[in-house]
Design a protein around this ligand. Structure first.
Ligand code: ATP
Length: 313
């Protein structure tokens, strides 16, 4: 079927976006993905989170034209992946790290991959440097660690200088330094106006890497928004040490703040209000405050609450 050119800027060709609309996939009795819609905007990293078997890989494979959707559609840079004329120059993807021939060097592997998408050899050294493998360029891939293989796979994805990156669990096998490096690499890539969609089950890491999050569970979307929105909805608390906690609790309650726990001697944990509001109310009530801090619930905890909440529906 011929796709007609869209006039909607969200789905227009050349938008640099990934647009997923009502996407679904059924494998026999298993509904792997159900009515999923989200957009990956240029200039930001979008984290794609979900527990094992939640449908992340299936979704990424549909975006990349490797699995045919049962319902809906996925557009890459305004068109279905299959309609891209030079896909390697538009979207770079790392789905699962394929074994490289063990006797092949990183450079030889990249040269072959470059030739396959019509990219000059000169790009090979550039991507080796970009992923931090320049010093290992002439070593056989057989001796590479999992982390080095991840970097090599990323180098292949970058050969066509794509404007969109799609990565399935790229942090797997990376040590803490490698994870920090990947985080700054993806952030810099996005900051140059390009789009990143990265799946992970490492929620705390995504909180640091991504601006937007799409959380799925059992194939369906549970959350789509910014990290700040997720935090706001599954909240952080203000810890306040006060001279007279009972009077402060009373003043807060009078103002409609009832989520109050006494966590320590003289310390109240207050939910549903920020530090400014708690401080102002303490001042108005004449209660001395000796210290305040924000207890930011870990994304992991929020994520578990999110899934637990959905299960009760
Ligand atoms: N080719 C297939 N045939 C049958 N079922 C499949 C196929 N691919 C995936 N599934 C099923 O679809 C569901 C979603 O799998 P998927 O691999 O997309 O999840 P995931 O979130 O990527 O999981 P993980 O984090 O473990 O990789 C699972 O129940 C899986 O068994």
């Amino acid at each position: 079927m011929q796709e007609t050119a869209s006039t909607d800027p969200a789905t227009a060709a050349g938008s640099g976006r990934i647009v997923v609309e009502g996407l679904g996939k059924r494998f026999g009795p298993v509904e792997a993905v159900h009515d999923l819609s989200f957009t990956v905007e240029p200039g930001s990293v979008t984290g794609f989170l979900g527990p094992n078997g939640s449908g992340k890989t299936t979704t990424l494979r549909m975006i990349l034209g490797l699995v045919v959707p049962s319902t809906g559609r996925a557009l890459v840079d305004g068109v279905p992946f299959s309609a891209l004329t030079s896909p390697g120059r538009v979207v770079g993807a790392v789905l699962e790290v394929q074994g490289v021939h063990p006797r092949r060097t990183a450079r030889a592997h990249l040269r072959a991959a470059a030739a396959a998408i019509g990219v000059p050899d000169s790009r090979v050294d550039e991507v080796l440097t970009l992923v931090g493998l320049a010093a290992a360029a002439d070593r056989s891939a057989g001796g590479f660690s999992l982390g080095m293989n991840q970097r090599l796979a990323l180098a292949v994805a970058l050969l066509g200088d794509p404007r969109i990156l799609v990565l399935d669990e790229p942090g797997n096998g990376l040590d803490p330094d490698g994870i920090a490096w990947l985080r700054s690499f993806l952030q810099a890539f996005a900051a140059s106006g390009r789009s990143v969609l990265v799946s992970s089950h490492q929620l705390a890491e995504m909180e640091l890497t991504a601006q937007r999050l799409v959380v799925i569970d059992r194939g369906a979307c549970r959350f789509d928004g910014t990290v700040a929105e997720l935090r706001a909805g599954h909240g952080s608390r203000v810890l306040v040490r006060a001279a007279d906690p009972a009077r402060l609790a009373e003043a807060l309650a009078t103002d409609g703040i009832t989520e109050i726990d006494r966590v320590d001697d003289g310390v109240l944990a207050v939910g549903g209000a920020d530090a400014v509001r708690v401080g102002d109310l303490a001042l108005a009530a004449g209660v001395a405050v000796y210290g305040m801090s924000e207890e930011r619930a870990g994304l992991e905890q929020m994520f578990l609450r999110l899934l637990a909440g959905e299960e009760q529906r």
